[in-house]
Design a protein around this ligand. Structure first.
Ligand SMILES: Cc1ncc(COP(=O)(O)O)c(C=O)c1O
Length: 484
């Protein structure tokens, strides 16, 4: 059974004592004082604080122990299997961390003059070009700080496009499949659209007949994830694109699942006009627990004029920021975006190269299908939709039968996995699957780890009654612990 450290660790504000501080070489301390003093002297007096903020005061060793204890209670991709579907929790290569933490990059300030930051501008310019190539889009904006913010930007671009064409009064509806992530309808609503939901068919794909009856002169666009959240590739994507375009709408690609098709097919070539990329998922940057992320957005040539400013431009000699884009929707986030995350993605793409990216996609799909096959034979694990069809990067099981027969829910199974040193899969998403367990192994876990995961589920689920019992006992124990 997996054991993880448990420390009764207070928050940092409850530690330390007034006047306590870390050791610092006196000469360096003096230099810091002088630098801060000079900086303060340049600030207008009325902007200076009158009282100092109450920050915790700790010795160096107290700080080290505090964070060491917290890190021991944390679970991450460096510790073990992390099949959190849709989140693509792949290994984050340490080389990327090293590069992104180089002082020549971290010491830069976004207010520096362009002439002094040519290096980072070149990196960001190059990254945007690579992402354009990978997604098959004309131009990419790196500003959005997450997939959801990319969606919001995409929806604003749809608005700008229909406004420019003089029909924003008419184009009021955004179509979203019922398998979509919750951020899709939320972003569309925030941008002022009415959401129209289309159902999935038995294949787990967009129901074409339902789509045809949902589109109308009011259709501003369709937001689609491909492969979708069931891990199924929307094989009718070209027909879907035609239906939406013929109605005068735009096609938006939710890039949460791009990892499955890297280097194989490009959303731009499938007919998508606007594409977001969850950099933190596909390109190996650390995330989880809500951040940090980046959600660059690529668009077709026709929509380029609406992208946010400033744009990083290269005139053949130097890189500079271009604010002069009258049709731009404005700004979506400060400065150049979440640069620390973008740097890791740059390093990831540079180190893997085109072939490496393609291989990552292949292995992620192989791993998902390997697990799909092994887990499908387990009693209580049923595959809803598109039975017999392979999946892409993830597979979604329904534990509906297990629940009906034993009272054990997907939530219980997911929680029980924690006892075996595995991060729980995503549960209850997509919402069209009852008692859903969504498993995405990614390419970065070896066969032995996948086997361990499958075997662990087999032992537990081959005796659903025992499982129900063991779950209840476990639940009782934890309730007792809470009461103590
Ligand atoms: C399918 C899908 N779309 C969109 C998002 C939103 O992305 P982000 O978390 O980067 O905002 C997610 C996040 O998990 C997702 O799984």
């Amino acid at each position: 059974m997996f054991k993880q450290a448990y420390w009764n660790e207070p928050v940092i504000f409850q530690l330390g004592r007034k006047g306590r501080k870390g050791h610092i070489v006196p000469k360096v301390e003096e230099e810091i004082r002088q630098t801060i003093g000079n900086a303060l002297a340049d600030l207008p007096k009325e902007m200076l604080r009158q009282t100092l903020p109450e920050l915790p005061e700790l010795s160096e060793v107290e700080v080290v122990r505090h964070y060491m204890r917290l890190s021991q209670m944390n679970y991450g991709v460096d510790l073990g299997f992390y099949p959190l579907g849709s989140c693509t929790m792949k290994y984050n290569p340490k080389l990327n961390e090293f590069l992104a933490n180089m002082a020549s990059l971290t010491a830069l300030h976004p207010y520096q003059d362009e002439s002094t930051v040519q290096g980072i501008l070149k990196i960001l310019y190059t990254l945007a070009k690579w992402l354009g190539e990978i997604t098959g889009t004309h131009e990419v904006c790196l500003q959005p700080a997450a997939g959801a913010q990319g969606e919001f930007l995409g929806a604003l671009i749809m608005r700008a496009h229909h406004k420019f064409n003089g029909n924003i009064q008419k184009k009021t509806e955004l179509i979203v499949p019922d398998s979509a992530h919750g951020t899709n309808p939320a972003s569309g609503t925030m941008a002022g659209f009415k959401i129209v939901v289309v159902p999935s068919n038995q294949e787990g794909c967009v129901d074409l007949e339902a789509l045809k009856s949902a589109v109308s002169e009011h259709t501003a666009g369709l937001m689609l994830t491909n492969p979708n959240t069931l891990g199924v590739f929307e094989k009718d994507i070209e027909e879907i694109a035609d239906i939406v375009h013929e109605a005068g709408g735009l096609l938006y690609y939710d890039g949460a699942n791009l990892n499955a098709i890297l280097g194989k097919v490009r959303p731009g070539d499938m007919g998508f006009d606007i594409v977001h990329i969850n950099i933190h998922k596909t390109f190996g940057t650390p995330h989880g627990g809500g951040g940090p992320g980046a959600g660059p957005v690529g668009v077709s040539k026709e929509l380029e004029k609406y992208l946010p400013v400033p744009r990083i431009v290269f005139d053949g000699k130097r890189y500079y920021l271009d604010h002069n884009k009258p049709q731009s929707i404005g700004k979506i986030r400060g400065f150049y975006g979440n640069v620390a995350v973008l740097l890791r993605a740059y390093a990831y793409i540079l180190s893997l190269g085109a072939e490496g990216l393609e291989e990552a996609a292949e292995v992620s799909v192989l791993n998902a299908n390997y697990l799909l096959k092994k887990l499908s034979s387990i009693r209580g694990f049923e595959l809803p939709f598109a039975k017999g069809r392979p999946r892409k990067h993830e597979c979604v099981f329904s534990l509906k039968k297990l629940y009906r027969e034993t009272g054990v829910r997907a939530l219980n199974v997911a929680k029980r996995m924690l006892d075996y040193g595995v991060h729980a899969p995503t549960t209850y998403f997509p919402q069209i699957v009852e008692e859903a367990l969504m498993i995405e192994p990614t390419e970065s876990f070896e066969k032995e780890e996948l086997d361990r995961f499958a075997d662990m589920n087999e032992v537990k689920a081959s005796h659903p009654k025992t499982m129900a019992l063991s779950w209840r006992m476990h639940q009782k124990k934890s309730t007792r612990k809470h009461k103590q």
